[in-house]
Design a protein around this ligand. Structure first.
Ligand code: NAD
Ligand code: UDX
Length: 465
């Protein structure tokens, strides 16, 4: 058996940071070093203001940093020293060339494999932690087998299932940990790492390809549930049914289950859309166009949901939002994270800006410069340029506020785009008095109390009723 003593993780992002902090906390006998080529990110991991916000993460990092958890840009040395190397770099959707807009961009993963091949000595277990297309391990193995240093390698797939906002909880007690591989000894080495805190019956081992494919499949199924309930929300709005009641009614069927049935303004985050598009691309690549179309519809429905939300706002507000101040409550793709990648808020704000609305945006964790950069990037043309009209809208029609009430001050409407808890506890009477009348609320998360807001004189619209 191989007892792992030193772990290197390449990629100090939303996955690499929290997962390695958890391994360090649960395995005091293992030295865990997280490396990244981004100096600023590493500096932030070494500071009091971590680069990512996750409840409970700061405490764990503070406890382990300086003991058995290190963040550094010293990539080569750390790989060389380690028994086990996790690849946890980003695998975004390709924006150029073959498969643009669908396939995963694997350049960062390949660069890691080449770096490992170049600097390793002795034996290493290389673990794919990033979400990858099925059969990527084959490419990783080929690259490693061309190493000229005499090093030998095993490759495992160990996809990560944590969700942002609950990363610490998810890592402490995962539903399962999936480990795919070919070599029993290598699989066992990783099993023993997790067995320090995860019950053994939750450690699932499979072949490499099942493990790689299970990750894309899990995200596709989860996203499909959200798109399915969102599709039904449109029918509810047309018929007088209430989508939250429908969710409860179907979710109590134990075969369906209650989770991931919350209708919303649309799913966001760095994973769902990217992973489904990747699955679609793989199906096309392997000659399965009907299967590809089936899954692509999940993304199409999600885009439709975001557009539907904006259309309903404009229609309700007498067919014009031009020059009207609209409070945007929440910009993150879900609560308890500062991540805005693919957040529905980006697209809703863009479309409202194109209607010449004046946006007053507030999010408790997202910095104004992050929001500005995201809006700029979705308003650019294909050459990466902003025309004068769009620049003017971004400069003059967007204000970043310090709290929800300030954003709502003098506004025609509030659009709730992230389900932050603090929005539930606002002084709605004072907010109503500060707004233009009728005071509209468009609740993209069905977060606020519908009847209560109507009693207080708001004109309230949720999703799916
Ligand atoms: P991220 O962008 O937050 O972090 C990736 C990091 O890798 C960046 O800091 C980048 O600088 C670094 N990096 C890239 N190339 C490098 C190289 N050659 N050497 C050293 N560092 C390098 O990404 P993330 O959200 O942590 O996602 C990582 C992977 O995990 C993706 O494949 C993603 O699909 C998957 N995943 C993400 C989540 C999530 O919730 N974010 C959940 C499960 C799985
Ligand atoms: C997802 C997967 O859940 C996780 O297992 C995987 O490792 C990474 O991708 P994440 O994107 O961080 O995690 O968050 P998740 O909780 O899945 O939410 C994704 C999006 O769906 C969010 O925008 C959320 O608001 C939305 N959502 C989720 C709904 O609109 N309704 C729901 O019922 C659930």
């Amino acid at each position: 058996p191989i007892a792992v003593k030193k772990i290197c993780c390449i990629g100090a992002g939303y996955v690499g940071g929290p997962t390695m902090a958890m391994i360090a906390k649960q395995c005091p006998h293992i030295q865990v070093t997280v490396v990244d080529i981004n100096q600023q990110r590493i500096d932030e991991w070494n500071s009091e203001e971590l680069p990512i916000y996750e409840p409970g993460l700061h405490e764990i990092v503070s406890e382990c940093r300086g003991k058995n958890l290190t963040f550094t840009t010293d990539v080569d040395e750390t790989i060389r020293d380690a028994d086990m190397v996790f690849i946890s770099v980003n695998t975004p959707t390709k924006t150029f060339g073959v498969g643009a807009g669908r396939a995963a961009n694997l350049e960062f993963v390949e660069k890691c494999a080449r770096k490992i091949a170049e600097v390793s000595i002795g034996h290493k277990i290389v673990v794919e932690k990033s979400t990858l297309p099925v059969r990527t391990a084959e490419a990783v193995k080929t690259i490693l087998s061309n190493s000229t240093t005499g090093a030998s390698f095993d490759v495992l797939s160990n996809p990560e299932f944590l969700a942002e906002g609950t990363a610490v909880e998810d890592l402490i007690s995962p539903d399962r940990v999936l480990i795919g591989g070919e070599n029993e000894t290598a699989i066992n080495a990783l099993v023993e790492v997790y067995a320090n805190w995860v019950p053994r019956e939750r450690l699932l081992t499979t072949n490499l390809w099942s493990s790689e494919l299970s990750k894309l499949t899990a995200n596709a199924f989860l996203a499909q549930r959200v798109s399915s309930i969102n599709a039904i929300s449109a029918l509810c709005e047309a018929t007088g049914a209430d989508v939250d009641e429908v969710s409860t009614a179907i979710g109590t069927d134990s075969r369906i289950g209650p989770k991931f049935l919350k209708a919303s303004v649309g799913f966001g985050g760095s994973c769902f859309q990217k992973d489904i598009l990747n699955l679609v691309y793989l199906c096309e690549y392997f000659g399965l166009p009907e299967v590809a179309q089936y899954w692509e519809q999940v993304v199409t429905m999600n885009d439709h949901q975001k557009q539907r939300f904006v259309n309903r706002m404009v229609r309700t507000m007498f067919n014009t939002v031009s020059d009207k101040r609209i409070a945007i409550w929440g910009f993150a793709f879900k609560k308890d994270t500062n991540d805005i990648r693919e957040s529905a808020a980006i697209y809703v704000c863009r479309d409202l800006l194109m209607e010449k609305a004046k946006l007053a945006i507030y999010d408790p964790q997202v910095k104004p410069e992050q929001m500005r950069a995201a809006l700029e990037s979705v308003m650019q043309d294909e050459n990466g340029e902003l025309n004068a009209m769009k620049r003017e809208l971004l400069d003059n029609n967007v204000q970043y506020c310090d709290n929800g009430a300030a954003a709502a001050d003098d506004a025609h409407a509030i659009a709730v785009l992230t389900e932050w808890d603090e929005f539930k506890d606002c002084d709605f009477e004072a907010i109503r008095d500060s707004m233009k009348q009728p005071a509209f609320v468009f609740d993209g998360r069905n977060l606020l109390k519908h009847a209560d807001l109507c009693d207080k004189g708001f004109t309230y619209f949720g999703i799916g009723f």
